[in-house]
Design a protein around this ligand. Structure first.
Ligand code: G6P
Length: 373
């Protein structure tokens, strides 16, 4: 009913607008009096945490892209290797698992059979499994050694939105906690990152408040496009993958997401005049190396007539100059940028689906949770 949708046209509308709350709520109650991370809820002995020498993240769909984002942050903070693998591939390739491997299973529903089978396999091999899950008491957390819940609230629309941002936050909390226990970051560095995380809900709010009109206009102008490419680098790469997935899931548009550096190794052959390409542009602050590379990717595709939609930091003069349309993000640390960059892409998929008059909450052929292998 309309009331259940909080006055929005669809659950997906409502849930995208709950992104800020999902981030804020997932941060709540996870800090001690000195601002230190307190994840006692994990009930893992800190000594066991110190022993962890490798993390393997297993997940499917949107949750796997949250895992890919987490890899960049956790490796940077904790200095241990993080692998990310689709749960259905993981089990069948004889992965190397030891008692010092921490397997992190990310799942909104907690019922995805592929992910469940992967975690069972990991436990059989003697590894510890930690679930990042949005559904209290579901099977995946029940069968895991530890659980860190995301507090996104129930997600009804089939295409995952608010759960994705909450999964990134939970994985980041885990990464910062590991860094705290292993001493790989200074206290000040952890505090700064936590402060930056706390500032994200209002930045997401800003995107929702100020960018929705541009996103909607862009979507209705591109409703007849046959395909879309999405590209990004570093944490922008999984964001591109997720943006592409959202659009295929609910607007039934053929999309491909890929790492911007791969452009010249293949996908550029697809670019013809008018091809819409969504580019996640990293910040130009700091050394800005990646920014330059992504801007030159935009120039490459523009030279071949592409229609470029950039997701870029407010005030980025290159995005303004080279892109046909810009979805702006407020400035934030690079590692946290996926939390804002995905928001216009969620809205974009929603608006495309609405322009095509599709059932955004119940796309054809898909299930909210896939409980078969
Ligand atoms: C299904 C859904 C996707 C979701 C994936 C993983 O395929 O349609 O939206 O990302 O499962 O679901 P989970 O509940 O494990 O996060």
């Amino acid at each position: 009913s309309a009331a259940q949708k909080g006055g929005w046209d669809s659950y997906m509308d409502k849930e995208i607008h709950e992104d800020p709350k999902a981030v804020a709520d997932t941060l709540l109650g996870r800090f001690g009096p000195e601002g230190e991370l307190n994840l006692d809820e994990l009930r893992i002995d800190p000594e066991d945490i110190r022993q962890v020498d490798k993390i393997i993240i297993v997940a499917c769909g949107t949750a796997s892209y949250a895992g890919m984002v987490a890899k960049y942050a956790i490796e940077h903070w904790v200095r241990i290797p993080v692998e990310v693998e689709l749960a259905h591939e993981f089990r069948y390739r004889d992965p190397i698992l030891t008692s010092r491997t921490l397997v992190v299973a990310i799942s909104q529903s907690g019922e995805t059979m592929d992910t469940l089978m992967a975690l069972r396999h990991a436990r059989e091999q003697g590894s510890r499994v930690l679930a990042i899950c949005n559904t209290q008491g579901s099977t995946i957390p029940r069968e895991s050694d530890a659980v860190l819940y995301t507090h996104a609230g129930p997600e009804i629309a089939v295409a995952s939105t608010k759960a994705f941002v909450a999964q990134i936050v939970a994985a980041y909390l885990l990464g910062l906690y590991l860094a705290q226990v292993k001493g790989t970051l200074f206290r000040d560095e952890i505090h700064q990152t936590v402060d930056s995380l706390r500032a994200m809900p209002s930045k997401i709010e800003w995107v929702l408040d100020t960018q929705a009109d541009t996103v909607e206009r862009t979507a209705s102008s591109l409703v007849d496009a046959k395909s879309f490419l999405f590209l990004g680098r570093h944490v922008g790469y999984p964001v591109a993958m997720e943006g592409a997935l959202k659009l295929k899931e609910i607007a039934y548009t053929f999309t491909e997401g890929f790492a911007a550096g791969e452009l010249k190794h293949g996908p550029i052959a697809l670019v013809e005049p008018g091809e819409p390409i969504v580019v996640i542009v990293p910040s130009a602050r700091g050394r800005g190396t990646l920014h330059k590379k992504v801007v030159s990717a935009i120039e490459e595709v523009k030279a071949r007539g592409a229609f470029v939609i950039a997701v870029a930091e407010q005030g980025d003069p290159d995005a303004e100059e080279y892109a046909d349309v810009v979805f702006w993000r407020p400035a934030c640390p690079t590692l946290l940028s996926p939390l804002v960059d995905v928001v216009p892409l969620q809205l974009f998929a929603l608006d495309m689906a609405k322009s095509k008059d599709l059932d955004v909450d119940k796309p054809r052929n898909l299930a909210k949770s896939v409980t078969v292998e």
